[in-house]
Design a protein around this ligand. Structure first.
Ligand code: TNX
Length: 538
């Protein structure tokens, strides 16, 4: 009932607005012909129809949101801020002052979309209105990224006595291929600050990525405060690769990241890597150690030398505390237990360990994710395997009825060098130039992983060779933009020649955001019209 009333009020508001728009005070503007389908969208939407006219975004435009879900008005404000960053226009949101408004951008909640999918949305652009419809706030948030991308980088100042950003008219109907579209940041090998993580989240969300997996612990550092085990960060958080000190997130810091991501409808997946990759934890609390070797803090880049003692009750009491504390501040449904490269753990101990930890994760209401090795244990079908190296493990996961996240190192590792002269990165899996990163099909990657069991795609960024935003961006951009398209767009819509044109036109956005992207020579990058100083940062 409440919902119906809300919708009715919404329609009355819309009617008032549209009536207002009829009585235009300013003369009609005539626009050069447009073609919405030529807009450089990434990821490319499912369907685009062009009608050739333009919606003249200008200072007489207002944003109106209509939706039960509280998120809608925040999404309207978010769009207004981003339009301001791009154009300098300050569009009112849900303002009652309609006297000077010629046209509206409406963000509306509806149950009647053509594509009934989570995160689906439709946009209808006409001369006087740009209407975004979505059944959920998450769908509306994805839709406003599409709106941001359809606004030209520069205004046309010759059409009228004011600046106008002509938006091509037409219809878009869109929904994601996969529900899990992720990237990962390794904050353990090198620590990254809350501000650096937020910046990464912001850039990813522009491309509709909806998961950020944080690799929070490894041999070189433990990066999340656990109140019941304080030495983890006091001792284990004090180092990183290369001896440049360490760092860690307090639980308040972590919550700040989670909240920031949530405003962008992005899920944070916390990872505590175990039973291997645990040197920092064992140095902090030697009782956890299963190697029996002398323990000291580690600032190198070797893997596979550490393990928990998998047969000790104290270890599981410890893990129970860790999972409980992190789960309590993680609203998302997943908890990642790592489980990779446990070369110092005996195979039967490994299986025993994963089986026990899965129960702990479930006890705290989360779905377990682990690197593909976890499929060798007796895992439940509700758990998820992240395929990075072994197709055999991935096939075993599929047989067990588990879902799989595709992160094949040869194609999707953001820490692989572009080529032999790349400044940062590793090359153990491959060199991954920008075309190789894009030119593969997650749904056809391995015959043993059917599309029906693919949860999504994730591009991990390991940080052995990078230690700040600029280095992070060099490896992540532009490749992560391609992974967003591989996980969002339909296979028949994806095409390298077409994609590389659209990618070339991301340069003005990336430049305006001061992203240190790798200017691959495979791409004919668009010259930017802005210099950073001219316009307020987005
Ligand atoms: C393998 S991928 C690892 C990481 C390294 C990465 C470097 C995976 C599950 N384990 O520990 O950082 O290679 O590319």
């Amino acid at each position: 009932m409440k919902r119906r009333l809300h919708f009715t009020l919404g329609y009355i508001l819309i009617a008032i607005f549209l009536l207002g728009c009829q009585t235009q005070k300013r003369p009609e503007v005539s626009f050069p012909a447009t073609d919405l389908s030529k807009t450089n969208f990434i990821p490319i939407p499912a369907t685009i129809e062009s009608t050739g006219d333009a919606f003249g975004l200008d200072q007489y435009t207002a944003i109106l949101t209509v939706g039960d879900d509280e998120g809608f008005s925040d999404i309207g404000k978010f769009l207004s801020e981003k339009i301001r960053g791009k154009t300098g226009l300050l569009l009112p949101v849900n303002s009652e002052e309609t006297a000077d408004i010629d046209r509206i951008i409406m963000i509306r909640q509806t149950d009647t979309l053509d594509i009934a999918a989570a995160e689906g949305y439709e946009i209808a652009i006409d001369r006087d209105s740009l209407i975004l419809k979505a059944s959920s706030a998450a769908g509306a948030f994805r839709g406003i990224q599409t709106i941001r991308q359809m606004i030209p980088e520069s205004s046309n100042d010759t059409l009228a006595d004011r600046s106008i950003w002509p938006v091509p008219t037409g219809r878009i109907s869109d929904a994601p291929l996969f529900g899990y579209r992720g990237s990962m940041l390794d904050v353990a090998r090198h620590f990254f600050s809350v501000e650096e993580v937020k910046r990464f989240i912001d850039l990813l969300s522009y491309y509709k990525i909806n998961v950020l997996h944080l690799h929070l612990t490894d041999d070189q550092g433990w990066r999340i405060a656990i109140k019941s085990w304080p030495k983890l960060t006091e001792i284990g958080g004090s180092t990183e690769v290369g001896g440049t000190g360490g760092g860690f997130f307090t639980q308040e810091d972590y919550t700040e990241i989670v909240d920031y991501a949530a405003k962008r409808y992005m899920t944070i997946v916390p990872e505590v890597d175990m039973p291997g990759h645990t040197n920092a934890a064992s140095v902090s609390y030697p009782i956890l150690d299963g190697t029996g070797k002398p323990l000291k803090l580690y600032e190198g880049t070797r893997v596979g030398f550490s393990t928990f003692d998998t047969r000790k009750d104290t270890v599981y009491a410890f893990i129970d505390d860790v999972v409980r504390e992190i789960a309590a501040i993680t609203p998302g449904p997943y908890f990642h237990i790592g489980g990779d490269e446990s070369h110092a753990t005996r195979p039967d101990d490994y299986v025993y360990f994963v089986n026990k930890v899965e129960k702990i994760v479930q006890k705290y209401g989360k779905r377990m994710i682990g690197w593909d090795e976890i499929a060798t244990a007796d895992v439940d079908q509700s758990s998820i395997a992240q395929f990075w190296a072994s197709e055999e493990n991935a096939a075993e996961a599929v047989e067990k009825g588990m879902q799989v996240i595709l992160s094949p190192a040869k194609k999707a590792y953001l820490d692989m060098k572009y080529d032999t002269i790349s400044e940062y990165g590793l090359n153990w899996a491959a060199y991954i130039p920008v075309d190789t990163a894009y030119n593969w099909h997650p749904e056809r990657y391995s015959p043993s992983i059917p599309t029906s069991q693919i949860l999504g795609v994730e591009a991990p960024l390991w940080s052995e060779t990078i230690s700040n935003s600029s280095e992070m961006e060099y490896l992540a951009f532009p490749r992560v933009i391609g992974y967003s398209e591989l996980s969002w767009s339909l296979p028949e819509k994806r095409d390298w020649d077409n994609y590389k044109q659209r990618l070339a036109h991301q340069a003005p956005f990336l430049d305006r955001m001061e992203v240190n992207y790798y200017r691959s020579e495979l791409i004919d990058w668009e010259e930017s019209k802005y210099t950073y100083k001219e316009i307020e940062k987005d």
